[in-house]
Design a protein around this ligand. Structure first.
Ligand code: SF4
Length: 57
């Protein structure tokens, strides 16, 4: 979902992951990461998404 507010803690976690060089984008591990399944215009660079579902579950 677009325009979701992030809490201070969530922003801090993202910042730490960036500093550590970890992947911060959810789409890379989401089962909907293909054009026919996801119409979010921010894909594949989403860091927060209410529709996220881990691939393989
Ligand atoms: S549902 Fe969300 S996390 Fe999954 S591919 Fe679409 S935008 Fe990315």
């Amino acid at each position: 979902m677009l325009n979701m507010k992030e809490s201070f803690g969530q922003r801090a976690i993202l910042t730490i992951k960036k500093i550590l060089g970890k992947n911060i984008f959810l789409c890379d591990s989401c089962q909907f990461d293909w054009r026919g399944a996801c119409h979010n215009r921010e894909r594949p660079n989403v860091t927060r998404c209410s529709d996220y579902k881990k691939r393989g579950k």
